[in-house]
Structures are given as C-alpha cells and as structure tokens.
Design a protein around this ligand. Structure first.
Ligand code: PGA
Length: 248
C-alpha cells in the first residue's frame, strides 16, 4: 500500500556532464518497480527533468516559502515545479546547520510546497550529542511536530529520518535503532493525522546508505525507502540500491 521510494540528493554536486548518469540509470531501470527520485542542484533541474522523462522523478533541495518577490538568490516551489520538479527536500540537516533553518522555517516552506501541488520530503534527525546525551525520540518528536504542516497528507508528504552523525560518515545506526525511530515516526503520524494518513505516508531512512547495506536497511519495519546522498551520484552505485528496494 505504500509504494517504495528510492530518492537521491545530489547536494552541491553535478555539472551538465553528470546527466549521463541519469541516462544510464534510466537505461538500467526502464520500468522501475519502485518510485525513483533525483534531486539535483537547481541549475540542473530542468535539464535533468528532460533526461529523466516519466521514469525518474526530479525534485529541488530547498525552496523559499513565498511564491515570488524580492528574495535575491531564492527559488520558489512554483519555479521548481516549472522546471519539472515533483518533490522538494526540506529541512535537510545541512540546511538546518548551514542556514540556521528552524522547524518553523521548514513548516512554512512545506506549506508552500504543498500549496504548489508538490511533495515535501521533510528531513528530521538527531545529532551525535543528542543521540548520546538526550532522548532521541523526544528530539525527533519535536522536529516532526514543528516541521510538518497541518495540510500534510500521504500524497504530499514523505518523511526522511536522517541521523546527522550518519550522513556522509559511513556510519549507520544499528537496525534496531533505525526500526525504533521509524516505528515512532509512524505512531506519531497516526496519532496526529489519523490511521489512514499515518499508515500511508512513506518514511525513508537516510545516512550512508550504500549498495552494501541497503538490503538489511530495507528489511527494517516501516522503512519505505531511502534518501541517498553520495551513492546517488553514480548510476553504478544508485542502481543496486534501487534493485535492493525492488526486492525488499
Ligand atoms: P549520504 O547523505 O548518503 O552521503 O550519507 C545522505 C543525505 O544527506 O541525504
């Protein structure tokens, strides 16, 4: 009932030449058995959307909460949609850290994304210090409550659990730790939005997902896919992750 999602976040990586990786991915998965999403830098979005066609969805990595206006350097949800995007990643820990984005900022952006008819991929996750010295579930609960707008539905929201200490480090939580947080996110969504929305909303795991660990992560309860950084840049790395999800 929840269609699985393999999502790639290219972050600030990729020039035009990198679009050959998208063509290679499409050739390897002409009719994927899961949803596949790539979120390139904004400069590549329109061109990537053309290469990706109907096979691979594309998305932005952030947006402004206004529709348009005097906001130099910013991009609106409508602009991302115009460039071919169907999704927007919001509240990634690198945005929260580098740009001081708060839960409230993320919620305002998510409202704009949903109002533009796009899907918000809202990221939450604890720092290493929080994992070691605080109650991780309480941290995640606060981020969910603050970042997800009331307008969320299973059709316009994806939640990504990304422990900050697992991003780009090669470290992942134990499978029990991943399961504990994903079960908690599922319960939280069910309590706030009711069982229909709560049970149908997809929850991704992100942080050092690789071909070598994808299968075991995808076997964890309430893991509906992955948000992949480094291993989404090359078709040779992302393709086996897609295959592992298809087989999960
Ligand atoms: P990583 O990044 O796969 O390179 O660890 C994940 C993310 O930040 O989404």
């Amino acid at each position: 009932m929840r269609r699985k999602l393999a999502a790639g976040n290219w972050k600030m990586n990729g020039l035009g030449a990198g679009l050959s990786e998208v063509a290679a991915l499409k050739a390897a998965h002409p009719a994927p058995g899961v949803d596949v999403l790539l979120c390139p830098p904004a400069t590549l979005l329109a061109r990537m959307s053309e290469v990706a066609g109907d096979t691979i969805a594309t998305g932005g990595q952030d947006c402004h909460d206004a529709k348009n206006g005097a906001h130099t350097g910013d991009i609106s949800a409508a602009m991302l949609a115009d460039a071919g995007a169907s999704h927007v990643i919001l509240g990634h820990s690198e945005r929260r850290q580098d740009h001081d984005e708060t839960d409230n900022d993320v919620r305002q952006k998510a409202k704009a994304v949903m109002a533009a008819g796009l899907i918000a991929v809202i990221c939450v996750g604890e720092s290493l210090d929080e994992r070691e010295h605080a109650n991780t579930l309480q941290i995640i609960g606060g981020q969910l409550a603050g970042s997800i707008p009331d307008a969320a539905t299973a059709a316009n929201l994806v939640v990504a659990y990304e422990p900050i200490w697992a991003i780009g480090t090669g470290k992942i939580p134990t499978l029990d730790q991943i399961g504990e947080v994903h079960d908690f996110i599922r319960d939280t969504l069910e309590r706030r939005f009711g069982p229909g929305v709560g049970r149908s909303t997809r929850i991704l795991y992100g942080g050092s997902v690789k071909p070598s660990n994808a299968t075991e992560i995808f076997a964890v309860s309430n893991v509906d896919g992955a948000l992949v950084g480094g291993a989404s840049l090359k078709a040779a790395d992302f393709s086996p992750i897609i295959t592992a999800l298809e087989q999960a």
